[in-house]
Design a protein. Structure first.
Length: 385
């Protein structure tokens, strides 16, 4: 029986056993992250009690500590007494460690001292990825004008735009230095390039020229535009952890290609979820019906009429919320997100070396995956289907 059948069959005992490894790996990442942050914010070369040191702490070290210590991402594994990580903050599994377990094995397969060089590489890559995501968030919040991130004030709100921009940029440089391995560094550089390319395309949707072109375009052209944008922005956030690990572990190209496609699908599913929550109070909370200045939301692109003039702001909001096909579009797109997630998981199962590896992947990815399913179920109930 292959990994796919075993996971679909619901081997609860396997998941329970693997959960301990997931938690242990996640706890190790948190320890490494704390050590890395300490190395960034307390360099021994800075003399104590000087004006220079005080200025540096205010303008760099404190913003860096706030950026790296933020709550970016969903809480995955709650604190559990006696388990790895103990009663500390919730632990977040990493796709970097999934790659290590899949391609190098679980503790009982490689022993505590096995694959030491690879584990050291993976530990550095995992920290680099986590901090790179924090850097992206600091810059992205400035560009999008987002004042709140997961319930916390955005970095540019607490420290100002200049310091937040400088902090995000500085962290990218620190990450590339920390990653060390040339293949991992190259992977991260490509992720930075993709992320900023996607951000440029996203920002373009706020311009009159791109808005007019999108309004006049066919639905197929609009969807293609959205998919390219989502693959660069959100897809990069899913691909970056895995790509860096696969590069460092020298995984064969064929399997890298399979996983790259799977992560692209997960990125599209995640972006669909994000776009849809703007219309579902149960998931969007107090931030629904926002961001009507751009046309990067898939729902907008589905409902635009090429015969209508380009709309923005309150006009676009009224048009979309009053559209007769809004509810059916939401339900269809939610179903698409579920399909994309399912197809991505099936692809990953194809390269899983064991049922334990498949269970590890599920425990890692379902942090957001279960929300995608719940959103679809909520819209089905709302529509009476």
């Amino acid at each position: 029986m292959g990994a796919t059948e075993k996971v679909v069959g619901g081997a609860a005992e396997v998941r329970e056993a693997v959960a301990g490894v997931v938690r242990s790996d996640a706890a190790l990442l948190e320890e490494d992250l704390a050590e890395f942050l300490s190395s960034l914010t307390a360099p021994a070369a800075v003399s104590a009690q000087s004006v220079y040191e005080a200025a540096l702490r205010r303008s760099l070290y404190q913003p860096v500590a706030d950026a790296v210590g933020s709550k970016v991402g969903q809480e995955a594994l709650p604190p559990t007494a006696g388990a790895p990580g103990g009663n500390r903050a919730p632990l977040r599994p990493s796709m970097v460690y999934w790659a290590y377990r899949n391609y190098r094995g679980f503790p009982d397969e490689i022993g505590d001292g096995g694959a030491e060089a690879d584990l050291a590489l993976v530990r550095r890559a995992a920290v680099s990825v986590r901090v790179m995501l924090k850097a992206f968030v600091a810059i992205d919040d400035i560009q999008d004008g987002s004042d709140v991130r997961y319930g916390e004030p955005a970095l540019h709100v607490t420290h100002g735009v200049p310091l937040a921009l400088n902090t995000g940029s500085w962290l990218i440089a620190a990450v590339l230095r920390h990653a060390d391995d040339p293949a991992v560094v190259d992977s991260l550089v490509r992720a930075v390039e993709s992320g900023f390319t996607g951000q440029a395309v996203d920002l373009s949707t706020h311009t009159a020229e791109t808005r007019a072109e999108l309004t006049a375009a066919s639905i197929d052209e609009r969807v293609a535009y959205w998919e390219s944008l989502a693959a660069l922005k959100t897809g990069t956030l899913f691909r970056m952890p895995l790509d860096s690990a696969l590069a460092g572990l020298r995984v064969v190209e064929d399997e890298q290609d399979i996983l790259d496609v799977a992560m692209r699908q997960l990125g599209l599913a995640s972006q669909l979820f994000n776009d849809l929550t703007d219309f579902v109070p149960e998931f969007g909370g107090g931030r629904i019906h926002e961001d009507y200045d751009g046309l990067s939301n898939r729902v907008f692109l589905e409902l635009l009429d090429p015969e209508s003039p380009a709309l923005a702001g309150e006009q676009l909001k009224a048009y979309v919320l009053g559209h007769p096909k809004l509810e059916s579009a939401l339900l269809e797109l939610a179903a698409e997100a579920v399909r994309l997630k399912r197809d991505a998981k099936e692809s990953v199962y194809r390269v899983c070396r064991s049922d334990r590896s498949a269970a590890y992947f599920d425990l890692t990815i379902e942090r957001k995956g279960h929300l995608i399913d719940r959103l679809h179920e909520t819209l089905q109930q709302r529509s009476g289907t």
